[in-house]
Design a protein around this ligand. Structure first.
Ligand code: HEM
Ligand SMILES: CC(C)=CCC/C(C)=C/CC/C(C)=C/COP(=O)(O)OP(=O)(O)O
Length: 302
């Protein structure tokens, strides 16, 4: 009889553990980290002639994912008051009360420590330290200072998000390659239209939270213009891998198709916007970067 009585208690504990696990998972911004790791893979594969060392690739990817996930968790802790004021973020684990700050900070330190140690021991010191610099750039320089200080926050902060191809490259070669810096430039140029398209859609959120995002400080019309200009710049920067002989015709055609599509979104956002044009542009930016890096990869092996 006693055994039967315990079943609901066990079920409740399992349910609670799952809820807690989901909350920690959410802290790591898993979809962002997935795309970051894809860009790191491209760095790893482009750095290797033929197939890369798959074991090294797996360990490096895990380490980069852990440290990036930890950076995202620190961002959740440091931004919890802001997140509570925005409709998009108020249901996150900290503002919604599903996790305490102590739980989140402990998780973030443990994940960062384990990821850093893994990179140091199983990959190389340069990759470990550069990844840690990425964490510091995002969690401290961007989140604590820039985000609250200037509408150029995401432009400068974009350096951290653009690092993973370089991390992938250093993981395989032990040094920073010029080709990897070119991939970094692509993500760096992609970040402003990626973020500002979302910021236009969520401008009231950012106004309420008191954050100096570009559409709040300089207006939506000006932000639309900059989205368009950065998209033009992105098209030009994306030509560089072909022009320097790093990628071939397949990449040239693929990148032109993707960038013209991005440009079409940005043009519509500037000159013929509907209520959903900004959010569609933001969503397309993610598809764009994912496909662009897959095209780079396919081109490398063709
Ligand atoms: C400073 C640089 C960046 C800023 C400020 C930024 C900002 C944002 C914001 C505010 C969101 C919305 C998240 C949400 O809806 O909860 C987002 C989503 C996303 N970002 Fe970025 N981003 C940056 C860089 C990057 C980079 C470098 C990548 C990948 C290479 C990336 C990939 C994504 C993805 C995949 C999503 C969708 C997440 C989801 O649906 O859960 N972002 N970004
Ligand atoms: C290599 C390395 C360790 C880099 C860390 C890179 C990293 C996790 C970048 C994430 C970029 C991102 C989602 C920024 C949004 O922050 P936000 O605070 O403006 O957006 P939010 O309001 O959705 O939290």
């Amino acid at each position: 009889m006693d055994g039967y009585k315990r079943i609901p208690t066990v079920a409740a504990s399992v349910g609670e553990a799952l809820t807690l696990g989901r909350a920690f998972w959410q802290l790591t911004k898993p979809r962002v980290v997935a795309l970051l790791v894809l860009t790191a893979w491209v760095g790893m594969m482009l750095a290797s002639a033929g197939l890369p060392d798959l074991a090294l690739m797996a360990l490096a990817s895990l380490g980069i994912a852990m440290v990036s996930g930890a950076a995202a968790a620190f961002n959740h802790v440091l931004d919890q008051k802001i997140d509570a004021r925005m409709a998009r973020t108020r249901m996150r684990p900290l503002p919604a009360g599903r996790l305490s700050s102590v739980q989140a900070v402990s998780f973030a330190f443990a994940l960062a420590g384990a990821g850093f140690a893994l990179l140091l021991v199983a990959v190389n010191a340069l990759t470990a330290w550069l990844t840690l610099a990425g964490l510091f750039g995002y969690a401290v320089v961007y989140t604590v200072f820039l985000k609250r200080a200037t509408p150029q926050n995401i432009v400068i902060g974009g350096v951290a998000g653009a690092l993973p191809p370089v991390l992938g490259w250093t993981a395989m070669t032990g040094s920073v390659g010029a080709e990897a810096l070119l991939l970094m430039m692509i993500i760096f140029t992609w970040t402003p239209p990626h973020f500002w398209a979302l910021a236009i859609h969520r401008v009231e959120d950012y106004r309420r939270a008191g954050l100096p995002m570009l559409p709040v400080t300089h207006g939506i019309a000006f932000t639309r213009t900059l989205v368009l200009l950065y998209t033009v710049l992105l098209l030009a920067v994306c030509l560089l891998p072909y022009l320097v002989g790093m990628s071939g015709l397949f990449y040239l055609v693929g990148s032109l198709v993707l960038n013209l599509q991005f440009l079409r979104h940005a043009w519509r956002l500037k000159f013929a916007p509907h209520a959903d044009t900004a959010i569609r542009t933001f969503r397309f930016s993610i598809t764009h970067l994912m496909l662009l890096f897959l095209v780079l990869l396919a081109d490398h092996y063709l």
